[in-house]
Design a protein around this ligand. Structure first.
Ligand code: BEZ
Ligand code: FE
Length: 312
């Protein structure tokens, strides 16, 4: 009986895919099922929902057929999703972690925040933003006692023509030197985060902490998956920003220190070259921009933020 490479499989050696041969009769059985599932969405009244469901089913079946999924593997996948559901609650979102570690979050961000003439690039949101961060004034410290090396952060917020944007809301959040966010200690704790507003000339400045690498929460099924495939759970060091201003596209981004040991191996694929900044370490005793005396070393970084117009 003639055999054929199953549909959807890659060329020999491409991405390591192993070809398996499937008889024409078997292909007909499999394709008939795909066709009937696709047809089951024929009466859907919402065209976008219909497009999403049909495409999802086609890709899902194509994956199952390409890898010739075993029933045991199907069971492992169901068990994985069940565990992801069980560990998910108001503060722990395992499905977003899964999306992040498969690059699906970053791809969705790429599609929805397309590059715009010199505007600052976006990256992943992450799970640790909270709505009620403390307000600080320009030049204040957002550490609120979180441990870590002090870092002076300054820059401007402008539109893509270079016009300063006064009163832009700048939300900043970051992990402490032990790699933990405030909410990981206690849901009500607020430290290592704040919001402030840009001045009339678009400038902003604050004290934060020099970012350090830390692992994503890896005590659940996503951590096990990373372990099983030999991937590190570490994120490149970063400082989160969300910047908004009327008439501008809200920017969710990070900055990453140049020379970071994790760098491009960031486990959620969030690093973009334009977001890598020079954090200059200052020896102990160096005068700070606001005349403070700091016992140990500190660092400083400049991050000029350019917001794209809304609806681009
Ligand atoms: C974070 O930046 O903290 C983060 C982002 C994605 C997944 C987990 C953590
Ligand atoms: Fe983070």
């Amino acid at each position: 009986m003639a055999t054929h490479v199953n549909p959807g499989s890659a060329q020999a050696g491409d991405h390591g895919t192993i070809h398996r041969e499937v008889s024409p009769e078997q292909q007909t059985v499999e394709q008939r099922l795909v066709d009937s599932v696709v047809a089951s969405f024929g009466a859907c009244q919402d065209p976008r929902l219909q497009e999403l469901m049909v495409s999802l089913v086609k890709h899902l079946h194509s994956f199952i057929r390409e890898v010739r999924l075993t029933e045991e593997e199907w069971g492992v996948a169901i068990d994985f999703l069940t565990k992801a559901g069980h560990i998910t609650d108001e503060v722990r979102q395992e499905f977003i972690l899964l999306s992040d570690t498969l690059g699906a979050s970053m791809q969705t961000i790429n599609i929805n925040n397309q590059a715009y003439e010199g505007a600052t690039e976006a990256t992943v949101f992450g799970p640790f933003f909270v709505e009620d961060s403390p307000a600080i004034e320009l030049g204040d410290d957002l550490a609120f006692g979180a441990p870590g090396e002090p870092c002076w952060v300054e820059g401007t917020v402008t539109d893509t023509d270079g016009t300063p944007l006064a009163g832009a809301r700048i939300e900043v959040w970051e992990a402490d030197e032990d790699g933990l966010y405030d909410v990981q200690y206690d849901a009500g704790k607020r430290a290592g985060r704040a919001h402030l507003f840009s001045a009339a000339d678009g400038s902003y400045r604050f004290w934060g902490l020099t970012p350090t690498p830390y692992p994503i929460p890896n005590d659940g099924p996503v951590g096990k998956m990373l372990d099983a495939v030999g991937r590190s759970p570490l994120r490149a060091s970063h400082l989160h920003f969300m910047v908004s201003h009327e008439g501008a596209r809200t920017l969710v981004t990070h900055i990453f220190p140049e020379g970071d040991p994790i760098g491009r191996k960031d486990t959620v694929f969030g690093v973009k070259d334009s977001l890598i900044k020079r954090f200059e370490r200052q020896p102990a005793g160096t005068a700070t921009p606001d005349g403070r005396v700091i016992d140990g070393t500190w660092s400083r970084v400049r991050f000029d933020i350019v917001l794209a117009p809304v609806d681009v």
